[in-house]
Design a binder for this molecule. Structure first.
Ligand code: KG4
Ligand code: ZN
Length: 338
């Protein structure tokens, strides 16, 4: 089945075409499907939002409306052969989501093809199945989804059966990176910037708190950590930026890794999976891999280009969704969850 997917939930406009084979819902699950990515175009709006220090929803919408036809033009010949169209309906910025939904609806009408709505978070979950030729994760699996809008820890018993163990009570991990980057006068988006300068710094130089690390639950909270950085900067304005970034990053990673590994141990996970934009952080990937292997779990993280928002992962989620006949309304839903 060829699937054409559209993603516009935040500040990346993306269109992808994939070819999906096999049945992910078969008894031995997970192992029995393959995704071939035929095209995956992502058009970033970083330059547009950078002067504002964050994503401006109305500008994001305007840019999506401008970019979608341009990306479609690059894919049109092969795209017309798609059997199914899919579009992200949430969570995300509603004006941005609507741009994708309206475009997809018109395209579906024009091509006379079925169209389904997809949950962006399911896209991130299935981004770990986008690497064809590699073996698929075994269940039970613990998945840490860390993006700009979400921080969720899940236990997956099969490709379609998962339980949320916990999530953030306030800021998401990526959001914390972005906000602390702003405090350090680094450009938007802050995550990659913090990671970059952290390499030059000493992660032990400032002892920031590890929020909720010792709590016997799988919830997270990052807004207090951000405030600690703010106060520390106010009281020690001469502190080296790189040391601040490294110490902050280490505090976030200690919490994320500590809780993920504890869950993996508690549920005897065969695999530990990482996904979402923050999964692009190499320090996090490497450290979580090391800790997973130590407890006998196999570690998975998507290829770099599939960590941050992209339509290929939306197409993969659409395939699973289509086979299990799960439906989302073709209406933007900013607060959709898993
Ligand atoms: O998944 P994503 O592209 O969009 C959402 O669904 O939110 O995630 C974007 C988030 C941003 O907060 C960005 O700063 C963060 O992922 N991010 C990173 C890195 N690359 C992107 N955070 C830490 N280290 C990185 N290398
Ligand atoms: Zn995302």
């Amino acid at each position: 089945m060829k699937i054409l997917a559209i993603e516009t939930s935040c500040d990346d406009t993306s269109i992808a075409l994939i070819e999906a084979k096999g049945n992910p819902l078969s008894k031995n699950n997970s192992g029995n499907w393959r995704i071939k990515i035929l095209k995956n175009f992502v058009s970033s709006q970083i330059k547009v939002h950078e002067p504002f220090g964050g994503v401006v929803p109305t500008l994001a919408k305007r840019e999506h409306i401008k970019n979608l036809p341009i990306l479609w033009k690059r894919i049109v010949k092969q795209g017309k052969k798609a059997d199914l169209l899919a579009v992200t309906v949430g969570p995300g910025l509603e004006p941005a989501l609507w741009a994708g939904i309206e475009f997809a609806k018109n395209l579906a009408k024009e091509l006379n093809k079925p169209l389904i709505g997809v949950n962006h978070l399911e896209g991130h979950l299935y981004s770990n199945w986008l690497v064809s030729g590699k073996k698929n994760p075994k269940f039970p699996a613990i998945i840490l989804l860390v993006s700009g809008g979400h921080t969720i820890l899940l236990k997956m018993d099969s490709l379609t059966k998962w339980k949320k163990l916990g999530e953030t009570r306030d800021d998401a991990a990526g959001e914390a990176f972005d906000k602390v980057a702003r405090l350090l006068n680094l450009p938007y988006p802050g995550g990659p910037q913090i990671e970059k300068i952290a390499k030059e710094g000493n992660s032990k130089s400032v002892a920031f708190p590890r929020p909720m690390l010792r709590d016997k639950n799988y919830e997270f909270s990052f807004s207090g950590l951000k405030t600690s950085v703010l106060y520390y900067l106010r009281d020690n304005p001469k502190t080296n930026k790189a040391d601040m970034a490294a110490s902050f990053q280490q505090a976030v990673l200690d919490v994320l890794i500590g809780k993920t590994i504890r869950a993996a141990k508690e549920f005897n996970a065969k695999s530990v999976l990482l996904c979402g934009g923050v999964a692009a952080n190499k320090t996090l990937r490497n450290a979580l891999k090391k800790e997973s292997v130590k407890i006998g779990a196999e570690f998975f993280a998507p290829q770099f280009k599939f960590n941050t928002d992209n339509a290929a992962m939306i197409a993969a989620a659409a395939y699973v969704q289509k086979l299990r006949k799960k439906k989302y309304r073709l209406v933007a839903k900013g607060d959709l969850n898993l």
